[in-house]
Ligand binder design. Sequence first.
Ligand code: NI
Length: 669
Amino acid sequence: MTLRHPDPAAAGPHASDLHASGPRPPDPHPLDPLTAEEITAARRVLGEAGKVGTATRFPLVLLDEPDRRTAAAHRAGDPVTRRLRVTLLDAATGVTAEAVVDVTAGALLSYRELDAASEGQAAITFEEYGIVDEVVKADPGWRKAMAERGVTAPEALALAVCAPLSAGALAAETDGRPGRRLLRSLTWLRCTPDDSAWAHPVGGLAVDVDVVERRVVRITDTGPVPVPAECGRYEAEFTGPARTDLRPLEITQPEGPSFTLDGHRLSWQNWSFRVDFNAREGLVLHRIAYRDGDRERSVLHRASLAEMAVAYGEAEESRNWVAFLDAGEYSLGRSTNALRLGCDCLGEIRYLDAVLADDLGAPRTLPNAVCVHEEDAGLLWKHTDSFHGDAVESRRARRLVVSFIATVGNYDYGFYWYFHQDGSIGFEAKSTGIVQTAAVPPGAGSPHGTEVAPGLLAPYHQHLFCVRLDAAVDGPANTVEEVDVVPLPAGPGNPAGNAFTARTTPITAAGDGGRLADPALGRRWQITNPAARNRMGRPVAYTLVPQPGPVLLARPGSAVARRMAYGTKHLWVTRHRTDRRYPAGDHPNQHPGGAGLPSWAVGDESLENTELTLWHTFGPTHLPRPEEWPVMPVDHSGFTLRPTGFFDRNPALDLPRESGGGHCHGQGS
Ligand code: NI
């Protein structure tokens, strides 16, 4: 432990644990998260229509969100119609279907079976995690492969972890039976039931499982590699005496936080938005607006982390397919942690529970899924006026943080939306947990990874997060412009050679909607509203400032590149459509590729002065370090949205001098 946290058991007023969920607020909104009653009703309607049998599973139950106009037109007290989008899986036949249920009217609106070979499979269910483990361990071929690696004791085999890994394009490429529902499995060993399996990878062995027929259909075995033996435990009992030189660091807000939650509507420091949570994306923010004087000004209609890929870079046959879409294949929302006060979030916290459907379509409450709190954010602005007796004006910043944390296999991801007093919005992904591992002969190394302990390889990989932003800068009709800083050629316009300018190029057509960042040009993208002008007569704008890294490194045409094509650009701009939900398509599990963004960013459909969605890809290309073993310090990535002529001047001039609780002395001249 490196921080002393407030003890929830000794909760004072600063450590309250007030749940904002519970009974439905009296005034329902069309963008509210699902309720238990709605999930139950959807299952009942499907059952009455004869669509639910004993083998029916519910990989995904989501709100079928109303379109922008309906959501914007809603006024308190208006009737609300709620539709749910339900993905059903017949675990006995593997047939996937998608239904839309009107739970307000109790009616099944549509039901369609998918062609899994061309449209992809439903997301992986939790039940299938267990099926893979069971099927692999019962398979004679796997047992033989384990025996060849010296693992024969029944207790050692029982302690093996046979991970349920998405199969990618396997069915299309090697299996010969399109549409078959598959998972692939790599094996790790544990010394005890609470051991960290990732320390003991079994090399050269991959097992393909048909989870419907419940049998192994193929084993890839490139030969034994010694299983790394060193323990990878990281809990306090295993890491030696704890440091003793930390003194208490207390965060207190004796008068409570400065935000208010009204149902799911959150307000803070001129900002307001609706907090939503679903099984696939996790946290979703709707109708983000800023109150500017007496005007409520929209910025974004909807914002979410819509997909995230983890793509590994090994060439070896048993691992050259390893690539996951954690939102579309593993349902990030369903993989979300119940947060713990003082451990995951610190200070005056408000939690929101989430209600999600389980594999059988029953509602389950995930307590403390979303954390809302304020943080000190350092200096906001300052000037020492040396021409006026060194008079000092300064203001401290704080920010509002809305976050959740999901665990997908070995990795843990924290996702944080930040709202700032200067009108900017930040998003940060914090990657932690345990790097995925493979076995190599000790000291042999690999061009595709880092040996983080003897014989233990942490392969190179990319995390490609994709945030989906429905733009609404001062209204629905926006244009996105690419802005580069460019030096000017020498000549009459640049006689001293020092001049440079900003070159602004509108992104006008769908086919030009996929863009690459360029740090050398300081490239950024501004979302403007041509019809709304600031006092200088310029269109108001918000600028997406990226922190670009490499885009997808898999070769064009490879299975990974086909399926994760969204990762080949830092930004995609598309016309907003309610059915354009996810960058790798609706059903990326085993999808052959080409769905989502690559199919939308084509043609000459105009992107000017219209409803737009921005899709921003970012994230670390991760070359693991020994210091990231046996558990990884948080790695940060993200982006910022900055007002750019949206306001007429610094919108944070009105902060009081003493906004930080009276710690500042001697302000002013
Ligand atoms: Ni990583």
